[in-house]
Each structure stands twice: as structure tokens, then as C-alpha cells.
Design a protein around this ligand. Sequence first.
Ligand SMILES: *Cc1c(COP(=O)(O)O)cnc(C)c1O
Length: 395
Amino acid sequence: MEQRIYLDHAATTYTKPEVLEEMLPYFTKAYGNPSSVHSFGREARRALDKARKRTAEALKADPVEIYFTSGGSEADNWAIKGVALANKNKGDHIITTSIEHPAVLDTCRYLEKEGFKVTYLPVDQYGMVSVKDVEKAITDKTILISVMMANNEIGTIQPIKEIGQIAKEHKVYFHTDAVQAIGSIPIDVNDLNVDLLSLSAHKFYGPNGVGALYIRKGVKIGPYIHGGAQERNKRAGTENLAGIIGLGKAIELAVENMEKNNKKLIGMRDRLIKEIMSKVEYTRLNGHPEKRLPGNVNLSFEFIEGEALLLSLDLKGIAGSSGSACTSGSLDPSHVLLAIGLSHEIAHGSLRLTLGDDNTDQEIDYVIEVLPEIVNRLREMSPLFAQDKGGLEYV
Ligand SMILES: *Cc1c(COP(=O)(O)O)cnc(C)c1O
């Protein structure tokens, strides 16, 4: 294999060398426990405080509103279960959407079993949530609204500011899963009227296994892990210090490089979409044509299996994804693609390519050359294609 091209940045990213470099001393030299009073502990505490400050600055939040977690999934679980449990005397109703990450959806399903009521709002053909639908769904029992900032599969960016305004007017807490948004969308938690926000370092060139939950001062929410006094008594356990240092550096770089990086990604993304769609017939773009993440390409190719396409691409050194990384391995089509109205058949023929700051124009050229050949070859082997060329309807 001459080259390997990574186009799965929504699943995880590499850790930037500058990030790793800042982390390394905290494994071998500055390994103190931030809760210890001696000089090793104080050194660790200072580093922890710095990471918290950097994280807060990236969100325009106060450092005391940042709580480090083991990643995006934990932050989502904590936000939703924590608010639900702490506010159940006020109400038992949660509003979310049908296209959330499983860390939100499965948490809501769990709460339904525990007696809470959940409204799963539909989305339009582009994966967009309607602000009016959110407002209509609010009752006097609603305690939480959770809507993701940007979708991990189809890249659609939601009207978070407008939803935040509605939530504020109705005095309902508003959580957003911003895991895919960090480094792509400017965030100001006050401007957006967000009360809780989840993020995860390995989605923005930091290490795996570390994330954060922003909790606005005054939000009623209980601790997630019981035990020690870490994270202001809310998330017990000796801190993943090196990981947290990595998160702090990575989020600072992500915000610093956002404009430059987005410009490059949008150029490559739009070229990839345009070229593939003009070279391959019976193809549709999933997600919003404009309000989408700079690095997200999600295409459905009629008459082929996404899994077969992925394997063929992998043989050519190209790493992509079909549906979401979290559900691959299951035969059910992606819940997001079904929610935007695709049939099971077309949803199965979908490919997600997510670009990152390490991709080059030459790599995109190569994909544009190789992908149409693979699709055509797979279609030639498909009995469906021979029978019924293009008989299916487009949205
Ligand atoms: C990856 C992802 C998560 C989960 O984050 P982890 O750190 O892997 O637990 C949650 N939400 C979205 C939108 C994601 O893309």
C-alpha cells in the first residue's frame, strides 16, 4: 500500500505533537496528585488550574464552570441524568431530538424506564431541528432540553442560539452536545444561552479518554461519581492529569486555528462533494448543503452496500466510515439517516468522509480518482443496478 489517507476525523483525531509534548512531563516528572499539599501536588494543581482556565476561555465561560470527565459520553450522561434527578420535584419531562449521539439517546431511554417522559423531536430532510417544534414541545413539566450543536454523521449545524433563547424564556435548562463543534464553530456559552455543554478532547486533536462538562453557575445538578472532593465535589476520582493538560492545550490550539483550518477544510470538502457528485450518478448529499461542519462529507450511493464500499476504499488506503462509528458493526441503518427520511436501502449505501487538518489536496485528488471507480465496479456487480437504474426517488 503506497499511501494511507485518514478521512474519519469525526470518529477520532490524532493527537497533535504540541499537545503530546505538554502532556509528557505529567507522566514522568510532575506526577503529583493535585490534592496533595506537598510541592509535587501543588505543581500538579497549578497545571490542572491552567487547563481549566484554557478550557473556560475557549467557551467564554468561568473556570469554576468547567468539570473534567472521562470524555463526551460521560459528559452527556452526567448532564442529562444529573439534571433529571436533581430536578424531578419540578418536573419529569425532557426534550431532545431523534438525531442525537447514542450517549444522549440511550441516556434518555434509560430515564424513560425510570419514569421520566422524553420527547424525541423529528428533523427535516437536512437534519435540521425546528425551533418552533422545540417551543411547542415545552410543558410545565419540562426540566431539560438537549440538542446537539452539530451532528457527527451528517454534519448539520443546529440553531443553538435560538433554542437557547427559547429555553431561557421558559426557564428550562438547555444542554448541548458540542463534541463535534469544538474547533469548527465559535462558542460563547453566554451568547448561546447554553446551561450545560459537553466536549471531548479526542475529537479536536487531543488525547482519548478525557472530556469536560460545562455547567453554568447555579444549575441544579448532583455529583456524577461519588467519592473524593475532586472537581468541586461533583466528580470524584484522582484526575487524569496528563489527559486534562492535553485537553487544555488542544482546545486552545483548536480555537486559535479555527478560522484557518475551517477555510482549508471547506475548500477540500466542497471540492470532494462536487467532483464525486458530478462523476457518479445516483448519488445524494446527506445533511445541510450550507449549515454543515467544515470537514463533513456524507453521501449515499444507490445500489451499493456501504460496508462493501468501505472495504474497497480501505484496500486503496482510504479510511472512511459508513453511518456512525459507534453503530458500525450493527446491521441496522443509521438512526440519523432514517430520521432525515432515507429508505433503509439508500441509508445502507452511505459513506461518511470526515476531513481533518492533516489532509492534503493531493489526498483529495486521489479519493476523487479512486472512489468513482470503486462505486462503478460495485454497481456492475449489483443485480439491483442492472434491473432498476435510478428508479428510486430523490428527496
Ligand atoms: C464522539 C462523540 C461523543 C462521545 O464522545 P467520547 O469522548 O468518545 O465518549 C458524543 N457525542 C458526539 C456528537 C460525538 O461525536
